[in-house]
Design a protein around this ligand. Structure first.
Ligand code: HEC
Length: 485
């Protein structure tokens, strides 16, 4: 009797996580995110297109789902939206895995919530869409529909009118040809003084008619991706000086614009040029001529960045060993931060087998998840942290990234689930990198950032997952003085 009581007590006290399943990141077993409208005090029968759904579509969908946008169909009017209601309900409920709409794959139930340009849907918005679709997708009173957003015919810049627009040379791809990969030359910036860049957005302008839908995004472009840099133009006007080289975020189909932090603008020098060093071109079924446009906005003249030293890159291209036909494969990478570090952006980069990436910080005996995001190789997304939410990690932190891969047929991005694959540049090989970026901080800068963060916290029970030392901000010197070495 005593023994049974003891056993019951032990079972009661044993933490539940001892029995919890390891995280399931497989595509086949992904649980859809369904909500009950009643839990949000919404009467499901009252949900209409006019009152509830149209505003959501304006906020999170129409930038792509409009004539000439990147989406395959327009969601501008009730008649356009109505036939898609059940599929809209399904795609939005996927939420953070491949196939999700809108394509913003940050998992909401774990880690930091604070990204720029976040157009993902809240639990409440999902509940509204689901109630509406299940109730026959009623229109409601058309007079209540929000005024239509007037988009120009132009494909538009998503982060504001640029101060400087640069253009690559024209490239032509035949309808059918092997992929082409190479250097497409120099683009002088014409700048006569050093300027710091606030945002950069790259778009492809080509002669594919925009009034016709394309069943895949691939049918709308010829640039698959391109890596490029900039620097001071050499006297011959044909190349840039090696030691002046500044790297820029990659351009890829479907990738969002890059917005740099107020504290870390990136330099574009006087007499500089872009060097479009490695473009990957792809034939799309019709002869296409096009060029890339770079829309650049600057910080004001006289601006100086606070942070100029870049933090480490994380990833592992060497030990990748992806076996066929298996879900939930994991690859790991660890980096010890040698300096105090602020992580500005997270950009998981995997190839077709990739389904998820997590970033966690290990500090002392604490191990905490900064963020987990789903991955869909059709979309390449950079997640830029809000300045007051970005992880602030002390030197000595171990930054751990985990890639999750699924090579079962449920992962429709794969060319063939039966293939083994290692690391490599081609899409049939694999990569495992965080293409986001971080900056290194001095002790003084680190303390100043933490002080700002603490000022925003309600009380000592408020906890900032990205800032393990926010409530223990002693410097190394103070610690030693107290004998806490
Ligand atoms: C950044 C651009 C973008 C945004 C934002 C976006 N979509 Fe999409 N959407 C696409 C593209 C491109 C496709 C085609 C590729 C695919 O099916 O995944 C697509 C496909 C879809 C489909 C599937 C159509 C089919 O043929 O089955 C639905 C439904 C959809 N989107 C709904 C939405 C909804 C609802 C939103 C907003 C809550 C949204 N999308 C936001 C670009 C976007």
């Amino acid at each position: 009797m005593m023994a049974r009581k003891l056993l019951a007590l032990i079972l009661l006290l044993t933490p539940v996580f001892a029995w919890a399943q390891a995280h399931d990141a497989s595509v086949g077993d992904h649980q859809l995110h369904y909500y009950d409208a009643v839990d949000f005090d919404i009467d499901p029968a009252s949900v209409t297109y006019a009152d509830h759904i149209a505003p959501i579509l304006q906020e999170s969908c129409q930038q792509c789902h409009r004539p000439g946008g990147g989406g395959p169909m327009a969601f501008m009017t009730y008649d356009e939206v109505r036939p898609w209601a059940p599929i809209i309900m399904y795609r939005t409920a996927i939420r953070d895995r491949m196939g999700a709409m809108p394509p913003f794959f940050v998992e909401k139930d774990i880690g930091i919530d604070g990204f720029k340009s976040d157009y993902s849907l809240s639990d409440r918005e999902l509940a509204l869409i689901q109630a509406w679709a299940q109730n026959g997708a009623p229109r409601g009173n058309p007079d209540n529909e929000p005024e239509a957003i007037a988009y120009s015919d132009d494909i538009g810049w998503t982060v504001g009118e640029p101060d400087l627009v640069l253009r690559s040379q024209d490239m032509t791809r035949p309808p059918v040809a092997p992929d082409w990969w190479g250097d497409i030359g120099i683009v002088p910036t014409g700048l006569t003084e050093d300027r710091y860049v606030k945002s950069i957005e790259v778009r492809e302008i080509n002669d594919i008619p925009t009034d016709r839908g394309a069943s895949t995004v691939g049918g709308k472009y010829i640039w698959h991706h391109m890596t490029y840099s900039s620097g001071i133009l050499a006297d011959n006007g044909q190349e840039i000086l090696q030691d002046s080289r500044v790297g820029w975020p990659i351009h890829e189909v479907g990738r969002n614009a890059d917005i740099f932090s107020e504290k870390a603008g990136r330099l574009l020098q006087a007499n500089s040029a872009l060097h479009l060093g490695a473009a990957h071109m792809h034939s799309n079924g019709r002869e296409t001529t096009g060029y890339l446009e770079f829309g650049i906005t600057f910080f004001p003249i006289g601006y100086e960045p606070q942070y100029t030293r870049r933090g480490p890159r994380t990833g592992n291209g060497i030990d990748i060993d992806i076996v066929p036909n298996k879900p939930n494969q994991e690859i790991h990478n660890y980096v010890v931060l040698k300096e105090h570090t602020k992580i500005m952006a997270f950009e998981p980069h995997l190839h077709a087998p990739g389904v998820r990436m997590c970033m966690e910080a290990i500090w002392g005996h604490n191990q905490f998840t900064l963020n987990c995001v789903g991955y869909d190789h059709n979309w390449v997304k950079q997640y830029v942290y809000e300045d007051d939410k970005a992880p602030l990690l002390p030197k000595g932190t171990i930054l751990h990234t985990i890639g999750y891969l699924d090579t079962t047929p449920a992962n429709t991005n794969l060319a063939d689930p039966r293939n083994w694959a290692g690391g490599g540049r081609r899409s049939v090989s694999n990569m495992f990198i965080d293409l986001g970026y971080s900056v290194s901080l001095t002790e003084e800068q680190f303390q100043a950032e933490m002080a700002e963060r603490r000022a925003n916290m309600k009380d000592r029970n408020d906890y900032d997952v990205g800032c393990p030392l926010c409530w223990a901000p002693e410097t190394m010197e103070q610690n030693l003085a107290q004998g806490n070495d």
